[in-house]
Ligand binder design. Structure first.
Ligand SMILES: *[C@@H]1O[C@H](CO)[C@@H](O)[C@H](O)[C@H]1NC(C)=O
Ligand SMILES: *[C@@H]1O[C@H](CO)[C@@H](O)[C@H](O)[C@H]1NC(C)=O
Ligand SMILES: *[C@@H]1O[C@H](CO)[C@@H](O)[C@H](O)[C@H]1NC(C)=O
Ligand SMILES: *[C@@H]1O[C@H](CO)[C@@H](O)[C@H](O)[C@H]1NC(C)=O
Length: 370
């Protein structure tokens, strides 16, 4: 028997009214030099940090995996932020898996942090997405941690300057986006600001895509409101500015991943910049993801290219999207198997106020790629 208590009808009402804020400030593509590896998202290895690890002394920073030396310094000078950054790495990993679960490339390579394979090291579309999501994710998590009071260095975001419409008033606790952007970019961009690491083209690409992630995060700030008044009459609403969930931001970035622009590193004016490869001269836009290397089709296993292949991946026989058996299995065909699902059933409402259900089992046919 499962009891589900019906939430009181009177309560929080989230109004999805987007607010117009001064968005899309100029993107920056700073100049950094040299060759070698770029360790831009190695910090995602923090997702594997044991949750019991104490982080209250500067020497604990050495126990964290995947940090470059400038991030190690930030750890020592901002110890109180580190639990939040570890949480951000976990959120980014989880969200990436979820967002790409219906695609041939399913973000499995993120598990390899801090030693990535070619899909995330070479400057492909997939790395463009992961950099953008990582930059958005770290700032998102810090901004939220300010709101919940988990960080000593920040609190609620500022109350907006404009007066709200009649029936609305500012209140609650806004997500502290400015603090999130400031500390998040300081930490996650640090590896791309190191001279002597990575090719310049790769670093410009990673910095650009990280900035796209932050722009989309900024654009996700919306008005959230809570109703007050007799029995939820909502005669007065208290409102604040809150960020959308990271999974929604990831869905937006996924669309940009699908329409990403291939760029080349070429002299423009006095310095070399990233410019679109196939279109005649137009600058790269601030909200488009860019990549330098084409991706494989991710059909077959190829470790050199960072492709795990789609053998044994589940596919959907009735879908005609990217998770359809045709597309997912690359025409190789698929094998059916039977799976049991447990569902709530025979639910009954009891006055007042709960529901009881039974558990029912049902077999369904599923398919995996050959
Ligand atoms: C650090 O945290 C651990 C466990 O959270 C605690 O046992 C220890 O006393 C703390 N040390 C200091 C110096 O605060
Ligand atoms: C992603 O694909 C790989 C390779 O087919 C598979 O081993 C893994 O379980 C998948 N991961 C998720 C989260 O679906
Ligand atoms: C398969 O795709 C169809 C159509 O898009 C969808 O309604 C259904 O829920 C999917 N099934 C599974 C098991 O994901
Ligand atoms: C399949 O694709 C067609 C167009 O190609 C579209 O109209 C239809 O909604 C799709 N069906 C599903 C279940 O996604």
């Amino acid at each position: 028997m499962i009891l589900i208590f019906i939430q009181r009808l009177f309560g929080v009402l989230i109004l999805g009214r987007k607010m117009k804020l001064g968005l899309f400030s100029t993107s920056f593509l700073s100049l950094v030099l040299q060759t070698g590896m770029c360790f831009g998202i190695r910090w995602l290895a923090l997702s594997k940090t044991p949750s019991a690890l104490a982080l209250n002394q500067t020497q604990h920073c050495k126990q964290l995996e995947g940090l470059v030396s400038s991030q190690m310094q930030l750890c020592r000078s901002n110890l109180e932020l580190m639990q939040t950054i570890i949480q951000a790495a976990r959120e980014v990993k989880k969200t990436c898996h979820k967002t790409f679960s219906d695609m041939r490339w399913n973000c499995s390579s993120i598990e390899l942090a801090p030693n990535f394979q070619q899909d995330l090291e070479r400057g492909t579309r997939e790395s463009a997405f992961v950099y953008a999501l990582s930059a958005a994710g770290i700032s998102h998590t810090i901004a939220r941690a300010c709101t919940t009071g988990d960080l000593p260095g920040c609190s609620c975001g500022p109350i907006p300057g404009e007066t709200p419409e009649p029936g609305y008033r500012w209140g609650g606790c806004a997500d502290n986006l400015n603090y999130g952007l400031l500390m998040g970019s300081k930490f996650s961009d640090a590896p791309m600001k190191v001279k002597k690491s990575g090719s310049q083209a790769n670093k410009l690409m990673h910095l650009h895509n990280s900035e796209v992630g932050r722009q989309i995060l900024k654009a996700s700030l919306e008005m959230k409101c809570k109703c007050h008044g007799v029995s939820g009459s909502c005669s007065i609403r208290t409102c604040w500015r809150g960020l959308q969930e990271l999974r929604d931001i990831a869905l937006d970035l996924k669309i940009r991943y699908l329409t990403a622009t291939k760029v080349v590193h070429r002299p423009m004016g006095t310095r070399k910049q990233l410019v679109p490869k196939d279109i005649d001269i137009r600058p790269v836009q601030e909200t488009e993801l860019v990549y330098l290397q084409s991706s494989p089709d991710y059909c077959m296993k190829n470790e050199k290219l960072g492709s795990p292949g789609t053998q044994d991946r589940q596919c959907n026989k009735t879908s005609n999207g990217s998770d359809s058996c045709d597309l997912m299995c690359c025409g190789r065909g698929y094998n059916p198997y039977m799976d049991k699902v447990v569902e709530r059933c025979h639910c009954k409402y009891h006055w007042c106020c709960y529901v009881t259900c039974k558990k029912c089992e049902r077999t369904v046919e599923r398919y995996v790629c050959k």
